[in-house]
Design a protein around this ligand. Structure first.
Ligand SMILES: [Zn+2]
Length: 394
């Protein structure tokens, strides 16, 4: 193993800012010590001096890497309009080769953003295999859709998903409750979109509204669709029992959901820039965290981001910082360990605690020295310790 001593302006992880100036003593991918240069003390090593903040790499708990082909697209007037005019044509027009190339681009952009782990929603098993074959750790969730008379086909699709992939019933307005029950019962990792928009509640509980009108237009809504008797969060929590679930967005909750979600093994995959792109404001992530709900950061697809050449939760942290969140510990916790736990990966791989780290990132190319400067910058992270291969075990 190669021992290395790094001196930098700041070191930080999910515990917050650990030292400024900071130092990390490494033996290969093993963190021997991290703290201030005085705490590390004298060694026989000549320190490598870098300007900027050194942090562990990220977990992006909600991405759609196979949607990285067309680049950023402007928002539409409404979610339904976006589904109809942006996403549906992309899905329909893309050949298998184009989807493969888009996924490769997504993997490349995730790595350019300092990502070590992803919770990726794959449109096909082939995409899940492609992401799994990459250096990225985490889970690929194969997406399924099925309402009413189409639920049986969705459940058959769930049965055909090979290990180690997860399953993602798309959302309560596009999958019947039995499809969710089926997914929960498989023992596979499960992810979904939940409480993303008010129209979702209108569709599931009343069978009305623009999502229903659109679903009818494309033949997804049929007369066998059953209404949900309760709010989708209540219904899923009841059927989930204590199994794990990643729920993307959760933009709209009622007060009782805070306590309810805290008692579950649900991780909320908050995608701040995607929420803003679709016009959702005032996400209650800080309140959720304070009440004991696990919140992790995701990006959603490249289509709704503002960084054309990377897919990174560092830019979600920066977005929240700009909105007033100054809590380094909370931002880094949501960007690293909470995501790792949701993905059943070892969270210590994304910390500067003694032991194996998945890699190290430097935020410093624009002269950032402090956490605040790193959050105000728009520069990409740089890998100063490359991403640990999945085959390397410590
Ligand atoms: Zn999504």
């Amino acid at each position: 193993m190669t021992r290395k001593l790094i001196h930098c302006d700041t070191i930080a992880d999910y515990r917050g800012i650990l030292a400024s100036p900071g130092a990390v003593l490494l033996d290969g991918h093993n963190v021997v010590a991290a703290g201030s240069p005085e705490e590390i003390g004298a060694t026989d090593l000549q320190p490598t001096r870098v300007r900027g903040m050194v942090i562990p790499p990220f977990a992006n708990v909600h991405s759609h890497l196979d949607l990285s082909g067309v680049g950023i697209q402007p928002p539409e007037d409404s979610f339904v309009s976006w589904v109809e005019h942006t996403i549906t044509p992309i899905r329909k027009m893309s050949s298998k080769e184009e989807v493969h190339a888009a996924t490769d681009r997504g993997i490349e952009f995730a790595l350019a953003g300092g990502t070590a782990m992803v919770g990726d929603i794959a449109s096909t098993v082939a995409v899940a295999k492609q992401v799994h074959a990459s250096v990225l750790r985490g889970v690929s969730f194969v997406e399924v859709f099925g309402l009413g008379s189409r639920e049986t086909a969705a459940m058959d699709a769930i049965d055909s998903i090979p290990s180690p992939f997860g399953v993602s019933p798309h959302a309560p307005y596009s999958c019947g409750l039995d499809v969710f029950r089926k997914a929960f019962g498989t023992g596979k990792p499960v992810a979904t979109h939940l409480a993303e928009l008010p129209e979702e509640f209108e569709a599931t509980m009343q069978g009305e509204g623009p999502l229903v009108a659109f679903s009818k237009k494309v033949g997804a809504w049929n007369d066998k669709v059953k209404k949900w008797n309760s709010h989708p969060i209540d219904a899923l929590v009841t059927n989930l029992e204590h199994r794990k679930l990643i729920t993307a967005h959760v933009n709209y909750i009622e007060d009782h959901h805070l306590e309810q979600l805290a008692k579950t093994n649900i991780t909320v995959a908050f995608c701040p820039r995607a929420s803003a792109y679709f016009g959702h404001t005032n996400h209650r992530y800080e309140e959720m965290h304070a009440r004991g709900v696990s919140v992790a950061l995701g990006t959603d697809s490249l289509i709704c981001l503002d960084t054309p050449e990377r897919i990174s939760v560092v830019d979600e942290m920066r977005f929240l910082y700009k909105q007033g969140c100054r809590d380094a510990s909370l931002l880094l916790r949501m960007a690293t360990v909470n995501g790792a736990e949701a993905l059943d990966e070892d969270p210590t791989l994304l910390t500067l605690e003694e032991g194996c780290v998945a890699g190290l990132l430097l935020l410093g190319s624009e002269g950032e020295a402090t956490f605040d400067q790193a959050m105000q910058s728009t520069a990409p992270p740089t890998w100063i310790l490359p991403l640990l291969s999945k085959k390397q075990v410590f």
